[in-house]
Design a protein around this ligand. Structure first.
Ligand SMILES: CC(C)(COP(=O)(O)OP(=O)(O)OC[C@H]1O[C@@H](n2cnc3c(N)ncnc32)[C@H](O)[C@@H]1OP(=O)(O)O)[C@@H](O)C(=O)NCCC(=O)NCCS
Length: 145
């Protein structure tokens, strides 16, 4: 997954962006969150898409999508939506009502995608993830779906 981040994110925010993204995937996600995450592969094992998510330990009504990506060659074919649908079903089966996630203000594609899926989008939250790391937050209420 680390190997595809730069291409799949189209080099968004240059070197600083690449560093931020790589730091979002420490090994712990592949040790402790595999049962709430999805990987889509071709027959030969080549990765097509992924969704890294988890059930909130703090809020029993909430699940969280930490990171999602689809091979750019396959954008617009419903793969992202299918991944979210799978995650929503998983979240519901664990009694979760809300799904949250965030993105960078500059990631307009992500914002359009989440809006299309029915997420509400917050105003830009300055320094949300630390100094200079502004974010936009998304929420969906699964009981309204
Ligand atoms: C965002 C992303 C996951 C969407 O995946 P996808 O498989 O292309 O999305 P889908 O084909 O399932 O699209 C679902 C809906 O969102 C819309 N949508 C998706 N990307 C869009 C974009 N960039 N601009 C406008 N609408 C978009 C689609 O048109 C579709 O709407 P429709 O049902 O009316 O046709 C993918 O573009 C991606 O991996 N981007 C780079 C990584 C990234 O930014 N990840 C998210 C932030 S962490």
């Amino acid at each position: 997954m680390l190997a595809v981040l730069d291409t799949w994110w189209g080099g968004l925010k240059g070197e600083a962006g690449a560093k931020e993204r790589a730091l979002l995937l420490p090994r712990l996600y592949f040790q402790h969150f595999t049962t709430t995450s999805f990987l889509v592969e071709r027959d030969g094992g080549q990765m097509v898409a992924f969704l890294v998510g988890f059930l909130s330990q703090t809020d029993p009504e909430t699940a969280y999508v930490h990171f999602v990506g689809v091979d750019p060659a396959l954008h617009g074919q419903g793969i992202g939506r299918a991944l979210y649908r799978s995650f929503f079903a998983l979240a519901r089966s664990h009694g979760r009502r809300y799904v949250h996630c965030i993105t960078s203000p500059g990631n307009t594609g992500s914002q359009a995608f989440h809006a299309r899926l029915g997420f509400t989008t917050s105003a830009v939250k300055p320094d949300y993830d630390g100094p200079g790391l502004d974010r936009v937050a998304f929420t969906i209420d699964l009981s309204e779906d």
